[in-house]
Design a protein. Sequence first.
Length: 200
Amino acid sequence: MSSADPEHNPNISEVADRDREEKERKAKEDAEQAQLPYQWTQTIKDVDVTIPVPGNLRGKDLDVVLTKNKIKVAVKGQEPIIEGEFPHPVLLDECSWTLETTSQPPGKEVAVHLDKVNKVEWWAHVVTSAPKIDVSKITPESSKLGDLDGETRAMVEKMMYDQRQKETGGLTSDEQKKRDLLKKFQAEHPEMDFSNAQIG
């Protein structure tokens, strides 16, 4: 029996299991998010929440409260559509909400814009009581990375690289840097014995 036999190669079945688990996790996550009475999207810098409401409502019919750590959106006299604590604080002065008319289907929605205090952190949910998404699976659009200032962008790209390396069992950028430095030092000092050198 050769080790190349795919039936007996644990790597192939492990990858298949991982893929299946990943698909199941994603389907469960999508189903949980679809159950929410609102939809939300995020970039590394902000979060946008849209909440469908009846088309006959006006701004004065709504009870919207935004603080640094909490949100509440309700139709006056009814149970809140969304209420709870943010997983991370927001910059209140940069946050806003509007009541907008939608074309498909005709109706209205409350559009809430939240500006994150921490610009290098993905949110797993809008309010802590809601189901989480797996933030390690988020791949930001490259164009959005271009919006960041140089230092923040470099930090985000390093975090993304390190995350991918961890998932594939590779070296993080810091570990790679140490290894490169050691190689360079070895080349410059061939007389020294590095056989027991530990990197870490």
